[in-house]
Design a protein around this ligand. Structure first.
Ligand code: FAD
Ligand code: DLZ
Ligand code: SF4
Length: 513
């Protein structure tokens, strides 16, 4: 039997399920750079560069192993520019008896494959993507009958399943979660470590030039492109992380510092998401560092939790909830995204810094995504569709299965509490506690109202007031609602007025033209 094997741009893994029984004497691998995938959102230029450069490198890797690859470049004049029609084109002429692929990572493409099944002249076999640690069936089984889906309980199951950080049937060190040790502010005297940044190879530089020529108006700059695009480059980043950075990962995991986008974070999400790094192997190497006394438990547990806990949990939620998850809008948010999310043109020092390095590196770390841009968008009541679009566009690691539950669930509570047990809403005091942003800001983080007040402050209280009927019953918000209950009518009216004025100023009045 001669098989055509379709490999997508985020499936660049050795041992991918669709390649496992590949017969190099008969089979052909199809990979296609297509406008359909390059434009379903207006990806950051660096993401386009990374995906295309990594696809080309993976095709070469297969060829070096004797595999025949039919590789369609974006500028191929005969290309139909869509994945399904490229598969049909390759099947024309009857050279193949079947098409095999690993299940795509998102609903949009899963539906496209269903359509392809109806049109294709051969049988299409879709295989499970077992690069993930929890299959859809397994997650659905875990979720069944639970009133609430909580990451922490799912995570413990994953720890047991893979025997990660386990001493017999007990968690290493006696506790499952060391998060409370991981909330330190960065002291002035502590310098963030030097990071492994990959100088673009000639092949990557070619892709940079192509992307600049073809997508000149997409968000982002390519000058500082330094992401791994091959397995070897990704391994360099991963081994440097485990040896040098991981020991400090825990302490400053939630810290933010002006002009320091990376701190002790892994910078590994993109390489993991496109298949250049195996997540379980990474976790085992992190555990080995702990067992050998080279990294503390709070760092290693925190890191492993992000990968086998959060990463798998959000993927489970994405597939469990179906395409309608994207449509939820539990807080009836209806404002447009402030224009400065794109331009960075704002007096809010924290937002300006996050947008600037998002443009330069296609990266912001978790707390910046959650507590600066996510928190502000939620407090303002920005439409979920606008927020999702921004997060899908701006980050190097953005794929819908992971972006959507993080934005819709964790950051903005649009899903009404599927991913998080409460909205991660905070005023300026949180940002001040975790960063050095506020000292250099034109706003006063301590002021609660007036033209100089940090916008997060009135917005936080107005958010609670605006959503009182929806959120008052949430036990985890009991304290702020008690505070709100003690406020007199005049103060409540002031909050309402100030909050509304800021929403108008930041959302509506900031739009260009
Ligand atoms: P580290 O801080 O070093 O964490 C280690 C690894 O854990 C990451 O590489 C990643 O694989 C995993 N991880 C950590 N947190 C999460 C999480 N919440 N969900 C899933 N995996 C996690 N991550 C993406 O991969 N793609 C996205 O599109 C994405 N969008 C996000 C949107 C919002 C609003 C928020 C709050 C988070 C989002 N995240 C997303 C999760 C997280 O912010 C990134 O994975 C992380 O910042 C990547 O940087 P890093 O590799 O340095 O991570
Ligand atoms: C993200 C992306 C881009 C930009 N381009 C391509 C492409 O041209 N060809 C391809 O096969 N895959 C691409 N991808 C990755 C897919 O969009 C990815 O498989 C889905 O987002 C599912 O996760
Ligand atoms: Fe951000 Fe407010 Fe601090 Fe300015 S004062 S940096 S807007 S939190």
């Amino acid at each position: 039997m001669r098989t055509l094997r379709l490999v997508l741009g985020d499936q660049l893994s050795d041992g991918l399920s669709s390649l496992r029984d590949l017969d190099p004497a008969r089979d052909v691998v199809l990979m296609a750079e297509v406008m359909g995938e390059a434009t379903y959102v207006r990806h950051h230029k660096q993401k386009l560069v990374m995906v295309f450069a990594a696809m080309r490198a993976f095709a070469e890797r297969l060829r070096r192993n004797g595999v025949e690859v039919r590789y369609v470049r974006l500028d191929d004049p005969s290309s139909t520019q869509a994945l399904d029609s490229e598969a049909l084109r390759a099947l024309e002429g009857g050279a193949f008896d079947r098409l095999v692929l690993t299940e795509p990572g998102e609903w949009r493409l899963s539906e496209l494959v269903e359509g392809l099944k109806l049109m294709a002249p051969v049988h299409i076999e879709v295989r499970e993507d077992d690069r993930y640690l929890c299959a859809h069936r397994e997650f659905a089984g875990w979720a069944e009958g639970r009133k609430e889906l909580r990451m922490e309980f799912f995570y413990r199951e994953m720890r047991r399943k893979f025997g990660l950080l386990m001493d017999g049937d007990k968690p290493a060190g006696g506790q499952w979660n060391y998060d409370r040790h991981n909330r330190k502010r960065l002291p002035k005297a502590v310098q963030p470590p030097h990071r492994t940044w990959i100088a673009p190879s000639p092949a990557t530089r070619t892709v940079i030039a192509e992307v600049e020529a073809r997508f000149p108006d997409n968000f982002g700059a390519t000058e500082r492109f330094g992401w791994a695009t091959t397995h070897e480059e990704a391994e360099r980043v991963a081994s440097h992380f485990i040896a040098e950075i991981l020991p400090g990962f825990g302490d400053y995991e939630d810290a933010m510092a002006k002009g320091e986008p990376f701190l002790w974070h892994g910078l590994l999400s993109a390489a993991i998401n496109i298949g250049l790094i195996d997540p379980l192997d990474l976790c085992r190497r992190a555990e080995a560092a702990y067992r050998a006394g080279r990294a503390p438990l709070n760092a290693v547990e925190g890191f492993i939790r992000q990968i086998i806990g959060w990463r798998e949990f959000v993927r489970g939620v994405y597939w469990l909830k179906g395409p309608s998850y994207k449509e939820t809008n539990a807080l009836s948010a209806d404002r447009p995204l402030p224009w400065f999310y794109w331009s960075g043109d704002t007096d809010m020092a924290c937002v300006r810094d996050v947008v600037a390095h998002t443009r330069d590196y296609a990266y912001a770390h978790h707390i910046q995504r959650l507590m600066v841009t996510g928190n502000l968008a939620m407090l303002l009541g920005v439409r979920p569709a606008d927020i999702n679009d921004w997060y899908m566009v701006v980050f190097i690691d953005a794929f819908e299965w992971v972006e959507l539950p993080n934005t819709h669930g964790m950051a903005t509570f649009a899903d009404g509490g599927v991913v998080g047990s409460k909205p991660y809403a905070a005023g300026g005091a949180y940002i001040d506690r975790m960063s050095d942003y506020c000292g250099g800001c034109r706003y006063d983080v301590k002021a609660r109202s007036g033209p100089d007040a940090c916008p997060f402050n009135p917005l936080y209280w107005q958010f609670l007031l605006r959503n009182e009927s929806r959120l008052k019953g949430n036990r985890r918000l009991a304290m702020p609602y008690r505070t709100l209950a003690k406020m007199d009518d005049a103060r409540r009216a002031e909050i309402e007025r100030d909050g509304e004025a800021i929403r108008r100023l930041l959302c509506e009045d900031s739009q260009p033209g």
